[in-house]
Design a protein around this ligand. Sequence first.
Ligand SMILES: CC(C)(COP(=O)(O)OP(=O)(O)OC[C@H]1O[C@@H](n2cnc3c(N)ncnc32)[C@H](O)[C@@H]1OP(=O)(O)O)[C@@H](O)C(=O)NCCC(=O)NCCS
Length: 232
Amino acid sequence: MGVFVLERTAYTDTESMRYAIRPMTPADLQQVTNIEQDAFPEIWPSTKFDKELRNHLSRYLVAVDTKTKVNNPNSVQEIIPNKPWTKKIPIIRHLVPDIAPVIQTTDSLVGYVGLWFMIDEAHITSIAVRSTHRGYGIGELLLIASLELGAIQDTKMLTLETRISNVTAQNLYKKYGLSIVGKRKNYYSDNNEDAFIMSTGDTKTKEYKDFFDNLRQEHSKRWGVSSRYITE
Ligand SMILES: CC(C)(COP(=O)(O)OP(=O)(O)OC[C@H]1O[C@@H](n2cnc3c(N)ncnc32)[C@H](O)[C@@H]1OP(=O)(O)O)[C@@H](O)C(=O)NCCC(=O)NCCS
């Protein structure tokens, strides 16, 4: 499994960014659900993020506020994928519970992004920042990390759908070279709003890589150098 940690030493004159990126874990489920409810109140019931964690096509990253911890003694349920240790003794398989308690993280999460990987395409299924933390470069950081994850997964484009009214999100995507390539009529069931389909061009070209590097550097200069821990 490849591990991608970058930029820590690239711009030594620049201060560290307060927010870091790492993969989502079962201990994050409650906070990620809260962020989703905050950002997308129309989504009901909430996305089953535990199921997403077990989907081999999907990857989730979270943005963590490195200067704050949350006091979180409550336990939540962790889904145990495939119960691997019972494989050799099938008879006990059904006796072992599918879930185990885990302690919720004390990391303070401020945003998340979910991606699906299909052949040479990375598709953002959801991206959100807590409403209290918007406008501080965190959404952009999540998008940078998504493109980096796409690169280590060897994809050549990043795509997504967005509400045609969501100009804020469209601005963010356009900044990173995504353009509108199509429209899905009545895509959102809560109000029948249409979706724009947005996509990068080929992210493997030198032209795009240079463009992206430049944006990453600008982000670091403006907001500080961020730690991003991204696994394949
Ligand atoms: C879209 C979202 C993730 C952006 O996150 P954010 O942390 O606030 O954004 P950032 O501070 O990183 O800003 C990055 C870019 O987004 C755009 N942007 C951010 N806030 C904006 C605003 N209020 N108006 C217009 N554009 C805006 C700009 O292009 C900005 O780049 P700039 O600072 O160079 O102008 C956030 O607004 C959010 O969670 N919204 C609710 C959920 C949502 O709509 N998700 C997208 C679904 S497709």
